[in-house]
Design a protein around this ligand. Structure first.
Ligand code: C2E
Ligand code: CA
Ligand code: CA
Length: 733
């Protein structure tokens, strides 16, 4: 603080003392003085709160004086909700305890939580200091200052100055007693310093007082409204009749419904616009007259904030439809239970968003919303109950199956996006055609939708619940097997053979699961199950570790005789690929087993790569940097495109068996496979044909230039021992 501002600070203090002596009440904190105080100390707000302790119920606070720098969010004066001291917000309880001891409380809003944090943040308070005002040794209230500057420290000198001001105020409060004797001049000053609009009417309903805040709120001048009818001035026309009736009834009978209560009503401005206010009315009896004082606060902002919160909590931001919570609330508010439901489960939305971008996924969701809205029968509600899930709840019996059928037909034709792109939606449709509690209906429809094939509706029946149950049991058994590394999980090896020479070039490791006391479960079932239940990572880790251990043992045992693999191919799933440390862990595994990295090959499908393309490409590069090779699996079944294939760091292309097995029958397929082989070679990749079952297929693959073959003809997946016993060359034809 400079010399001049130190002088100014002293001046302010002196002025406060003399104003306190003159006025004898809190009007000594006048706007001019507070403005100067703020300038000297760099404050954005100065306020004074009075506390009321309610035995047992906690502490509530009333803002008695409030000054805010122009342009900053003004503090809302009036009573704040009771802040429970014990058992409630622990921070406020601690503050109350400290203030009772006369201690200052200061800090930064960003360190606060709970009610205080939210309240401070709402009013733009950043860095605050509060000094308790003690009256006769008891905590009467607190004097608060705050600054918008987070880095500002409250110096000891400043703290002394604020403490001194609080002491002056405590003297004022002590002298004025609990019932303040208010002089006429300060009465007007107080009325005008109130942030609430205050309108006082006499027994005839004529306005006899209209404070400054009311002038701003209603757009009238005080002089212009004095003597006018309160009803006709500030009460909206549609409410005027009821207002007059209530007023007359109160005068005649004393019956009153609003006196001393905090209510929300509408008020009217001078331009006839209507806005929400919070209102308390109290009756004043003085000099034999009855007067009615209305304290009004414009709560448009608060209501808007409340509506915004509601929207966030109960509606989906992208579509504006109710979300799951919104649907539940809607149902709770209705008299009856739902009579049926249709749940639509969009498939691949995540993959599409990742591959084609959010710009594409969002319009698709909107298109879907429009499509479902157009099919919506009367008395039904459409909601977006999940990222990829919509629900239609029917409130009248019948019609769910029919609706699902119409939806199924509609999804059979392409959706045309605003960008004119055509698109077929892959979706599961689950139907429940019975009444019941909404949670049950939605759960069953959801279950049915997950079991339904693409685009086909599936009506819920008990068998679905049973199959769901079986799936859950299977999932539990798989979890046990994976987490406890049980012997029921093993790897089989299928040879990959060079087509021209018949030399066994390597093996693909394929997982096998034989749960105790059950039939073995094919990987086509348990791998997707692991992916859906969050087990893919643990299962994948097990596969990598087991394949490496096998490989090391295999090389050791061979001792010159028998077949050692040139490479072992390990399948990776999408979630494994997205672990940023995958390559690192693989590197450590190779070192631990003393394996040459060139032995390990990793196979990935296109959809696994597309679910997180950037991360996948990075991981693939890291794997190649280790010395491992990479292969793209099931090529031709996904969203195959050679343009992006070019961007992928891949060594091997595996043509899906659906193409390979069609070669002998279909000339067009031969052309396609020929192009695939040529392009792959052009990109420096070698090509493996999968699912070779006949000599004819093998021969055609050879003619098309395919390098390797894999399939039952050349060898089924087999235990490691059997694989090691294979001859070096396999020429079945
Ligand atoms: P995939 O990676 O395409 O594996 C090749 C599948 O084709 C294997 O099925 C194999 O037994 C089968 N197959 C090989 N030759 C022929 C043939 O000539 N004709 C026919 N009809 N089928 C043949 P499998 O072992 O049932 O595995 C199915 C899928 O499960 C695999 O497809 C792969 O996607 C997944 N899978 C298997 N093991 C693992 C694993 O350890 N990790 C991951 N992530 N997925 C695995
Ligand atoms: Ca594979
Ligand atoms: Ca494959």
């Amino acid at each position: 603080m400079t010399w001049t501002s130190a002088n100014e600070a002293l001046d302010i203090l002196a002025e406060l003392v003399s104003a306190a002596n003159r006025a004898g009440d809190l009007s000594c904190l006048n706007a001019d003085l507070l403005g100067r105080m703020a300038a000297v100390y760099g404050l954005q707000r100065i306020s004074l709160f009075q506390v009321h302790e309610k035995d047992g119920a906690g502490v509530s606070a009333t803002c008695r004086v409030d000054w805010t720098l122009p342009g900053r969010p003004a503090l809302v004066a009036g009573t704040h909700p009771p802040l429970t001291v014990d058992g409630g917000d622990p921070l406020l309880a601690e503050w109350a305890a400290r203030r009772r001891r006369g201690e200052m409380v200061c800090g930064l809003t960003r360190d606060l939580t709970g009610y205080a944090g939210a309240f401070f943040q709402a009013y733009g308070i950043v860095n605050f200091l509060t000094v308790p005002v003690m009256v006769h040794g008891r905590w009467w209230g607190h004097f608060c200052v705050d600054s918008a500057d987070e880095g500002r420290a409250w110096s000891a000198g400043e703290q002394r100055a604020f403490r001194c001001m609080a002491d002056v105020l405590s003297g004022v409060v002590a002298r004025s007693g609990t019932e303040q004797v208010v002089s006429e001049a300060s009465r007007q000053a107080m009325l005008d310093s109130s942030i609430d609009g205050v309108v006082i009417a006499d027994e005839a309903g004529a306005i006899i007082e209209f404070n400054r805040a009311a002038e701003v709120m209603f757009g009238y001048s005080r002089a212009g409204v004095l003597g006018r009818s309160m009803t006709e001035t500030i009460v909206p026309a549609h409410y005027a009749g009821r207002h007059k009736e209530g007023f007359a009834r109160h005068l005649a009978t004393g019956e009153n419904r609003i006196l001393q209560r905090l209510i929300e009503v509408e008020a009217r401005r001078s331009d006839a616009s209507v806005f929400p206010v919070e209102l308390t009315v109290s009756e004043i009896k003085a000099d034999g007259r009855r007067m009615f004082a209305a304290h009004l606060r414009d709560i448009s902002d608060r209501l808007a904030a409340r509506r915004e919160l509601e929207r966030l909590a109960y509606f989906d931001g992208a579509t504006g439809l109710p979300n799951r919570a919104g649907l539940m609330r809607l149902s709770a508010r209705r008299a009856g239970e739902p009579a049926g439901a249709v749940v639509v489960q969009l498939r691949d939305l995540g993959v599409l968003a990742a591959s084609l971008g959010e710009d594409w996924a969002k319009p698709m969701v909107l298109e879907m919303t429009g499509l479902l809205g157009a099919l919506l029968p009367p008395d039904a509600t459409l909601a977006r109950t999940g990222e990829s899930e919509f629900a239609i709840v029917l409130w009248q019996p019948g019609g769910a199956v029919d609706l699902a059928a119409r939806l199924q037909r509609r999804l059979g034709t392409a959706l045309v996006m605003p960008s004119r792109r055509r698109f077929y939606v892959r979706a599961g449709i689950g139907v429940v055609e019975r009444g019941g509690p909404i949670t049950d209906i939605l759960r069953d429809a959801d279950m049915a939708s997950r079991g339904s094939p693409d685009g086909a509706a599936c009506v819920f029946e008990e068998a679905i619940r049973a199959s769901h149950q079986r799936r859950l049991e299977l999932e539990t058994a798989l979890r046990d097997a994976v987490q406890q590394r049980r012997r029921e999980l093993t790897l089989h090896y299928q040879p990959v053979v060079a087509i021209t020479t018949g030399a066994v070039a390597g093996f693909e490791a394929l997982a096998r699961w034989q749960p105790p006391g059950r039939d073995s479960v094919p990987p086509g079932v348990f791998v997707p199950l692991a992916e859906a239940s969050g087990l893919a990572d643990s299962l994948g880790d097990w596969v990598i570790e087991a394949a490496m251990a096998d490989c090391a043992a295999w090389r050791r045992e061979r001792e010159g005789a028998g077949l050692a693999p040139q490479h072992v191919s390990i399948n990776l799933s999408a979630t494994q690929l997205s672990a940023p440390d995958l390559a690192e862990r693989i590197g450590e595994g190779l070192a631990r087993h003393a394996l040459d990295a060139r032995l390990a090959r990793f196979e990935l499908t296109e959809s696994a790569i597309l679910s997180q393309p950037d991360l996948a490409i990075r991981t693939l590069h890291s794997l190649r940097a280790l010395g491992c090779s990479t292969a793209i699996d099931d090529f031709g079944t996904g969203y195959s495109s050679f343009s992006y294939l070019q961007r992928l760091p891949m060594d091997v292309l595996k043509i899906d068996r659906s193409f390979v097995q069609d070669l002998a029958r279909n000339e067009r397929t031969r052309d396609i496979v020929h192009v695939m082989v040529e392009l792959a070679h052009g990109l420096g990749m070698t090509v493996v044909g999968e699912g070779v079952e006949t000599c004819e297929t093998l021969q055609i693959l050879g003619q098309l230039g395919c390098d390797y073959g894999q399939g039952f003809l050349l060898g089924r997946p087999m235990a490691r021992g059997a694989a090691a016993a294979l001859p070096e060359r396999i020429s079945p034809c």
